[in-house]
Write a new protein. Structure first.
Length: 402
């Protein structure tokens, strides 16, 4: 028996997945502490229910997937539209030094994942999906690249299942190791702590991206128009370069177009992008996209790949700890700010930017403020990481073992 859901029914299902995830998270301290996203929780539960209905009841669900790609592209366009190049000056030299360190980890994660996969005799794409795609990219980047790998010439049908499992593992691991790494560094090197343990300034820096601002119908339409333009131009450019030596996934082009559009409009003083509104549209798009991706995963394919994935992911956790201690901390100044940056790097090096922010807030609440860390990590984690990661992954895919 097959149940087909049309566009409207699929949309209702996506929203229901998010509401289910929110309800469960509100009743679980563990899920709250480690910032597990609503679509991940709700999507996995619905995927299990769908799997059981198919296996034991012979009931198969068919969803309308016309929303999937536009939602994914809208999310990446919103990242580009949030990239204010003028604000990069705030981070100074430390920002670019930290960026260099982040790139080094992306490359190392991919090498480690691919080598581990080859040694175990499994598809090297599993190693790449367990590398920078999900470790530094998170669920959104993992799902986006999974769509690429499911198609020709890769034809890796289990890509989405592997990506979502790896991203969820990384999110939890990143939240667990960040605080202990910073505490170890503070004690090991007897770092000089800030004299002022007041959290006022830190909280302002932390909460500024979430500051509530009035949203009107006019401004909402303007922000929606910018995302639509980014999607239109991005898809046209992607199609133009398709098959050439400069091929990039469509979502990368949408991100780049969004970044250029925002900064050209700002430099020419034609229009000021409403950051919060763009973020709201982007987050809604990401949540709905992940809800669709997760509730339609094939759990049987995931089980057969569980052991190789676990080995690769444990290797990535060990690498992240050593990298944060011996590279991030040392090359960011070996001071208290560097220790907080190391905790933040653990957060988005294995999980996501919100995990990094929580890691840093935990450290600064105990030891004192680190204003520089709260400037640099959101800039790198919210924009640079996705853009640089896309080029690193594209470059890695050019090697012959794929």
């Amino acid at each position: 028996m097959e149940i087909s859901l049309n566009f409207y029914a699929t949309l209702v299902a996506l929203v229901a997945v998010l509401l289910l995830g929110r309800w469960i998270i509100s009743r679980s301290k563990f899920l709250q502490d480690y910032n597990i996203p609503e679509p991940v929780v709700g999507g996995i539960i619905v995927a299990i229910v769908i799997f059981l209905l198919l296996k034991y009841g012979g009931i198969k669900f068919q969803f309308d997937n016309s929303l999937k790609d536009p939602l994914m592209l809208a999310f990446y366009a919103s990242i580009g539209l949030s990239a204010d190049f003028a604000s990069f000056k705030k981070g100074g030299k430390i920002l670019f030094g930290f960026l260099f360190i982040v790139v080094g980890l992306l490359i190392l994660q991919n090498i480690a994942g691919i080598v581990a996969a080859k040694v175990m005799g499994v598809n090297p794409l599993i190693g790449l999906l367990g590398g920078s795609i999900t470790m530094s990219g998170g669920h959104g980047t993992g799902a986006a690249w999974a769509e690429v790998f499911k198609n020709s010439p890769y034809n890796f049908t289990a890509a989405l299942e592997v990506a979502m499992a790896c991203a969820t593992f990384g999110l939890i691991a990143g939240g667990i190791i960040g605080g202990p790494v910073a505490h170890y560094l503070v004690k090991k090197y007897k770092l000089k702590l800030p004299n002022d343990h007041s959290q006022d300034e830190v909280e302002i820096a932390f909460e500024k991206p979430e500051k509530e601002r009035l949203i009107t119908a006019t401004s909402f339409v303007e922000s929606l128009a910018l995302i639509a333009i980014s999607l239109l131009i991005g898809t046209i450019v992607a199609k133009f370069f398709q098959g050439s030596s400069f091929t990039l996934p469509t979502f990368v082009w949408c991100l780049l177009v969004g970044a250029v559009l925002r900064n050209v409009l700002q430099a020419t003083k034609i229009h000021q992008v409403f950051d919060r509104e763009v973020a709201v549209l982007g987050n809604v798009s990401l949540s709905l996209f992940l809800a669709f991706a997760l509730m339609t995963i094939n759990l049987m394919e995931l089980v057969s790949l569980a052991l190789p994935m676990l080995v690769i992911l444990l290797i990535q956790v060990v690498i992240m700890v050593f990298y944060a201690v011996f590279v991030t901390f040392r090359y960011c100044g070996k001071d208290y700010d560097a220790a907080v940056l190391a905790a933040g790097h653990c957060g988005f090096g294995l999980g996501a930017t919100p995990t990094a922010m929580v890691n840093m807030q935990t450290v600064t609440q105990h030891y004192g403020p680190s204003h520089m860390a709260f400037i640099i990590v959101p800039l790198v984690g919210a924009f640079f990481i996705d853009l640089i990661n896309a080029f690193v992954i594209s470059g890695t895919l050019k090697f012959p073992f794929f």
